[in-house]
Design a protein around this ligand. Sequence first.
Ligand SMILES: Cc1ncc(COP(=O)(O)O)c(C=O)c1O
Length: 387
Amino acid sequence: MIVNPAERTGKVQEYYFSKKLAQIDRMRREGADIINLGIGSPDQPPSEKTISALSAEAKKATSHGYQSYTGIALLRKAFADWYNKYFHVELNPENEILLLMGSKEGIMHISMAFINPGDEVLVPDPGYPTYSSVTNLVGGIVRKYDLVKEKGWFPDLEELENSDLSKVKMMWVNYPHMPTGTRGSLLLFEKLVAFAGKHNILLINDNPYSFIQNKEYHSILEIDGAKKVALELNSLSKSHNMAGWRIGMVAGHKDYLTEVLKVKSNMDSGMFLAMQMAAIEALGNPESWYDEVNTAYSKRRRIVEEIMNILGADYDKSQVGLFLWGRIPDSIVSCEDYVENILNKTHVFITPGFIFGENGQRYIRISLCATEEKLKEAKKRLEKFNI
Ligand SMILES: Cc1ncc(COP(=O)(O)O)c(C=O)c1O
């Protein structure tokens, strides 16, 4: 390379899964039958009417132009209705909802809109790695806050208050939490909103997992006064089996969204109309649709629990979301080597918890995004591995 990259690329690494999927691809090309229980990419399809709407709209000659930067009004209204029905949150579709290409891009847009170099950002450990990498990319300073089993995987706000918070500008939370599968609660959200208000911190709840193995839907925006300090990200990736479509949204006070839009409208030129029309259908799925999807997940979950038992891993049965998170036995020295060894010997890939932070060092995460048949096969291979 004769041209040096920007300094910011030195602050981040290629995403763990980007490297891992390339390795898995290579192994597959060499003939290995890999069972990938790493990533949370739903393998069940979206509802039929979602797909029909996509193809009907795509057939129209008028569907192919640039679209509005905020998302079409009908889709913003569908998101508002969905939030009202399930989260009991009132959102004005005109200006309190902004369509995103998946919630992941929202993490970048929000950070670009609010973080100056040197600003501190509170990031959960363990947590979704993108919060830290994006903070680094925009020149912010990552301040990890601990989530530990002994404290129910909830932030210790008192401990945080005993530290210097004067430079903290933003805080990421994500309940239901990935990777630990911990549910949020109104009490937790109340405390977080009060904490953010007291210290002038922009609080963002990243909320893509509410509908998976969970019926207690909560949004940070349910809390009185939340719109003053909080935004919420949501997405159709997990809730509607549409991870590849890249459809998400950010909700909150119009003044915050105006700032986010200043960044976003300079980056993309709206979302394909057929996808937006299909998303409206998806958001209108009957509750029975979510139930069916979850019935499949609960059957898979039982097999994944058996896999955890075979590996001697300790897990909390009350977890929600798309994964199971388990603590590996103390006798295993390095979790990273352990997972690599499993991949090489059994061709089953599971995620080592260290990629989510220090507090994930002794944990593994297994995805439910594989058929029962595949999971049973993985279980068989791991049984042999353990002997
Ligand atoms: C906590 C969390 N936030 C955001 C995302 C990204 O979701 P999306 O597909 O909406 O970009 C993921 C995906 O794995 C996630 O686990």
